[in-house]
Design a protein around this ligand. Structure first.
Ligand code: BES
Ligand code: MN
Ligand code: ZN
Length: 502
C-alpha cells in the first residue's frame, strides 16, 4: 500500500513529484484554501486568478494540474476542489477532506511521491486527509501483466499536521490501519471468482489471523454437516467448491462489551437453479463483500487494540447450478432447527446468514451486526451509494446510521413491516425463503430476524448498492470493490469500546 508520513516541512520545500493544495468554490470565484499559502506565494499570490482563467471553480472533485512555479521543489501542483468554503470560524468537514484527498491521490496514480498540503485544522482533519489519500490511491493490478504506469501513488507526505503531537500521530496510525484493511477487503472483492472459492477465502483469513494473533476456526463441509448447518450446506451443494463457516475472534484484555459481525460470503452468485439471466451475473463476484467487510473490521479492531471483543462470522459458499444443487421446492433444515422451503435458489444470502446468525447468537454478544449484498430491491430503493439498515431495535439502528455518517458512509434506516412476514408462510415448511416482491429488501430483513437469538440486539446492513462501484471512480472510491461497511463496523467497535453505544 501507499506509504504515509507526517512532515514538518513547508509544502514548497519538499522534494516530490507533485504538491497537492485545495481550492474552495467562493461566491466570487475560486479561493485558495488554508495549507496552500506557501505554494500560492510562489505564484506571487495569483493561484486563484490563474485557476479562474483556466475555468476552474473549486467545485468538489475538480482536479487541476499546473506547472509548479519557481520556489516550489515539486514540478507539478495538483489543485483539488473542496466545494463551498465552511462558514466563518468553522473548519472543512472530514468527508470533504477525505473525498478531496482521494480525488487528488487518484489523479496521481503512477507517481512516486506527493506532498499533501490540504486544510488541516486539527488531528481529525489530518486523519481524514490521510484516510482519503490512502483509499483514493488504491488500484487493483494483480491480474495485469504491466501496471502501465497506473499503479497506486507510492508515497504521501502530509504537511500541516503536527508529527510530534500524540493526537495527530494516533489519527495517522488509525488511518493507515483502517485504509489498509479497507483496501484488503477491496482486493478480495475484486479477485476473480475462479481464484477465490470458500476454501481460499478461509485460508486468507487463517493467514491474517496468525499474523495478528487472532483466534480462527474454520468449519469445512464435513464439520458443517456434523453441526447441522443446513442453510450454508444447501447453498453450497451445487458447487464443486464446498462451503465454509469461518469464526475469527479478537479478544481484548480490557473489554466489557462483545460485538458479533456476520458477513455474507457468496464467492460467486450465479443464482443457482434459479439462474440469473445474462446481464445480472457479471459482477456477482462481489457477493462476498459482507464477509470481506467483517474480516477487515475484525483485523482493524485488533490492529488498533480496541477495548472490545469482536467476533467475525464469515458464511462462505458458492451458489452454482448443477445436478447436486438445491432445487426450488427443496426444504432445508437450518442450524436453528427451523425448516425453510427454498422457493428461489437466488435468495441464497439469507440462507447462509441464517445459520451464521443462529450460531453467533449462541455466544450471547451484546449486539450482532450482519453485512450483506442481499437484495437488488435495496439498490432500487436507495441507489448505488447508500446502504439500508434494518434492526430489531430502533435506537441501535439510529446509532448505526449516525456512526456510518461520521465514518463517511451513506446509509438509511429501513423498516421491518410486520405485515410482510405472512408472505413467507410456507405450506410445507416453517418459512419460505421468498415473500412478496414489493419491499423485497425488507422481506429479506424479516427472514433474517427469525434466526437471531431471543433478546439479542441485531442490525442488518444491506450493502448491495454501495459494495461494488460499476460506474466511474469518485472521491476516494474506486471502480469495482469499495470496501463498503468496513469503516462503519470499525467505528461501531470503537464506540462499543468507549461505552458510547450498547
Ligand atoms: N446477491 C444478490 C443481490 C444483489 C443484487 C447483490 C445486485 C448485488 C447487486 C442476491 O443473492 C439475490 O440474488 N437476491 C434476489 C432475491 C430474490 C430472488 C428474492 C434479488 O434481489 O433479486
Ligand atoms: Mn442470489
Ligand atoms: Zn447473492
Amino acid at each position: 500500500m501507499t506509504a504515509l508520513t507526517l512532515s514538518t516541512s513547508s509544502a514548497a520545500a519538499l522534494r516530490a513529484d507533485a504538491v497537492v493544495v485545495g481550492v474552495a468554490k467562493g461566491t466570487k470565484g475560486p479561493e485558495v484554501a488554508p495549507g496552500a499559502e506557501a505554494v500560492d506565494k510562489a505564484y506571487d499570490g495569483k493561484l486563484a486568478a490563474t485557476l479562474e482563467t483556466l475555468g476552474a471553480s473549486g467545485g468538489e472533485g475538480e482536479v487541476t494540474k499546473l506547472p509548479a512555479p519557481e520556489g516550489v521543489k515539486a514540478p507539478v501542483v495538483v489543485v483539488v476542489g473542496l466545494g463551498e468554503p465552511p462558514a466563518d470560524g468553522e473548519a472543512y468537514g472530514t468527508e470533504t477532506l477525505r473525498a478531496a484527498a482521494g480525488a487528488a491521490a487518484r489523479a496521481l496514480s503512477g507517481a512516486k511521491k506527493a506532498v499533501f498540503a490540504l486544510p488541516t485544522a486539527d488531528a481529525e482533519a489530518a486523519g481524514a486527509i490521510a484516510e482519503g489519500a490512502l483509499l483514493g490511491a488504491y488500484a487493483y493490478t494483480a491480474y495485469q501483466q504491466k501496471s502501465n504506469g497506473r499503479g497506486p501513488l507510492a508515497e504521501v507526505a502530509l504537511v500541516g499536521a503536527k508529527p510530534r503531537d500524540k493526537a495527530y500521530k494516533t489519527a495517522a496510525e488509525r488511518a493507515i490501519a483502517l485504509a489498509a484493511e479497507v483496501n484488503r477487503a477491496r482486493d478480495l472483492i475484486n479477485m476473480p471468482p475462479n481464484d477465490l472459492h470458500p476454501k481460499e477465502f478461509a485460508t486468507v483469513v487463517q493467514t491474517a489471523a496468525k499474523e495478528h494473533g487472532l483466534k480462527v476456526e474454520v468449519l469445512d463441509e464435513k464439520a458443517l454437516a456434523k453441526g447441522g448447518y443446513g442453510g450454508i450446506l444447501g447453498v453450497g451443494k451445487g458447487s464443486a467448491n464446498p462451503p465454509r463457516l469461518v469464526k475469527l475472534s479478537y479478544t481484548a484484555a480490557k473489554a466489557s462489551k462483545h460485538l458479533a459481525f456476520v458477513g455474507k460470503g457468496i464467492t460467486y452468485d450465479s443464482g443457482g437453479i434459479s439462474l440469473k439471466p445474462a446481464g445480472h451475473n457479471e459482477t456477482m463476484k462481489c457477493d462476498m463483500s459482507g464477509a470481506a467487510a467483517v474480516f477487515a473490521a475484525v483485523v482493524t479492531a485488533a490492529k488498533l487494540g480496541l477495548d472490545v471483543n469482536v467476533t467475525g462470522w464469515l458464511a462462505l459458499a458458492e451458489n452454482m447450478p448443477s445436478g447436486t444443487a438445491t432445487r426450488p421446492g427443496d426444504v432445508l433444515r437450518m442450524y436453528s432447527g427451523k425448516t425453510v422451503e427454498v422457493l428461489n435458489t437466488d435468495a441464497e444470502g439469507r440462507l447462509v446468514l441464517a445459520d451464521a446468525l443462529t450460531r453467533a447468537s449462541e455466544e450471547k454478544p451484546d449486539a450482532i451486526v450482519d453485512v450483506a449484498t442481499l437484495t437488488g430491491a435495496m439498490v432500487l430503493a436507495l441507489g448505488s451509494r447508500i446502504f439500508g439498515i434494518m434492526a430489531n431495535d430502533d435506537e441501535f439502528r439510529g446509532a448505526i446510521h449516525e456512526t456510518a455518517a461520521e465514518a463517511g458512509e451513506q446509509s438509511w434506516p429501513m423498516p421491518l413491516p410486520e405485515e410482510l412476514r405472512k408472505g413467507m408462510d410456507s405450506s410445507t415448511a416453517d418459512i419460505a425463503n421468498m415473500g412478496e416482491r414489493m419491499g423485497g429488501g425488507l422481506v429479506a430483513g424479516l427472514f433474517l430476524r427469525e434466526f437471531v437469538g431471543e433478546g439479542i440486539t441485531w442490525a442488518h446492513l444491506d450493502i448491495a448498492g454501495p459494495a461494488f462501484n460499476e460506474g466511474g471512480p469518485f472521491g476516494y472510491t474506486p471502480k469495482g470493490g469499495t470496501g463498503s461497511a468496513v469503516r462503519t463496523l470499525v467505528a461501531l467497535a470503537e464506540k462499543a469500546a468507549a461505552g458510547t453505544i450498547l
